[in-house]
Design a protein around this ligand. Structure first.
Ligand SMILES: NC(=O)c1ccc[n+]([C@@H]2O[C@H](COP(=O)([O-])OP(=O)(O)OC[C@H]3O[C@@H](n4cnc5c(N)ncnc54)[C@H](OP(=O)(O)O)[C@@H]3O)[C@@H](O)[C@H]2O)c1
Length: 267
């Protein structure tokens, strides 16, 4: 596993496990299996309605809490300073944890700057180890930079081979913010596992198209959090560090970039 060092020195794993749409016992079991496979970053959110299950898996697994990196996100119903401050405490209680590793504002809601200020205070109080944002386009991000006290440590955005946002990644990095990809497999919107460019490069390395798609992002300095409920795929998706893509291969994959969101979130 490789790590990104955040601006405050905290180490964030480059590959994590997404939990959107996993709930209850299935979620507990998947997160436990993922941790057993070697995942250390687990990505949840208040919106996913599975913080309790994620917390249970984290508390009952055999890996030390200090080795794990638990991410959660505060969403629209907490669209004020006070509501977000309370939401942090409620997430800690739901997960049964003493601290959260990384917390972010899920989207640029009307009061997202105030929500972020509440996260900064939670950070100062030691309730969270890192703070960041999600789905901030450059306009929102730049406006936050004018008011925030702590530059967001991470911005979690849509990123996959069809819309990697590598230019934005470089801009964020220049300001001290790590880019994290959501939907690295396009959440099923494209037949990414059948993509000829990826398949050809994958076969040259003896890996899968999926691993090649993830490796492309990681090699561009982007953290990935693929989600799967299948154990064999958990193992596959985390096995990204035994091969390196050449410049020519990176350029070929870059040619898949369509330059626009597949989700229409940023239009
Ligand atoms: N911040 C945000 O606004 C935001 C938005 C969306 C997502 N997220 C986070 O990002 C995470 C990842 O995104 P996502 O879950 O939307 O989608 P994704 O990871 O792009 O795709 C998940 C889909 O890919 C399949 N899959 C996974 N590994 C595979 C493999 N090796 N071979 C073939 N199929 C495979 C899974 O099916 P199986 O389960 O059947 O394997 C599942 O249907 C989420 O879980 C969530 O934590 C954040």
């Amino acid at each position: 596993m490789e790590f990104k060092t955040l601006s405050n020195g905290v180490k964030m794993p480059m590959t994590g496990f997404g939990t959107w749409d996993l709930r209850g016992r299935e979620c507990v079991s998947c997160v436990q299996k993922a941790i057993a496979c070697g995942y250390r970053l687990i990505d949840t959110a208040i919106m996913y309605d599975n913080e309790e299950a994620v917390g249970r898996a984290v508390r009952t697994c055999s890996t030390d809490r200090g080795e794990l990196f638990v991410t959660t996100k505060v969403n629209g119903p907490y669209n004020s300073y006070d509501k977000t401050a309370k939401a942090v405490d409620a997430s800690l209680v739901r997960m049964g944890l003493d601290y959260i590793d990384f917390i972010l504002v899920h989207e640029p809601y009307s009061n997202f700057r105030e929500m972020y200020r509440a996260l900064e205070d939670a950070y100062r109080e030691g309730k969270v180890r890192a703070v960041g944002v999600s789905n901030l386009v450059r306009r929102n991000y730049d406006s936050l930079l004018k008011t925030c006290k702590i530059v967001p440590m991470v911005n979690q955005v849509e990123s996959h081979v069809y819309y990697p946002q590598t230019g934005y990644q470089k801009y964020l990095a220049s300001k001290g913010t790590v880019m994290e990809s959501w939907a690295p497999f396009t959440e099923g919107r494209r037949r990414i596992f059948e993509e000829p460019v990826l398949k050809e490069i994958a076969s040259a390395h003896g890996v899968t198209a999926g691993q090649t798609a993830l490796r492309y992002l990681v090699q561009n300095g982007i953290v990935v959090i693929p989600r799967t409920s299948r154990e064999e795929r958990m193992k596959e998706n985390i096995d990204l560090y035994s091969f390196v893509l050449s410049k020519e291969e990176m350029d070929k994959i870059a040619s898949l970039d369509e330059g626009r969101s597949l989700f229409g979130w940023y239009d």
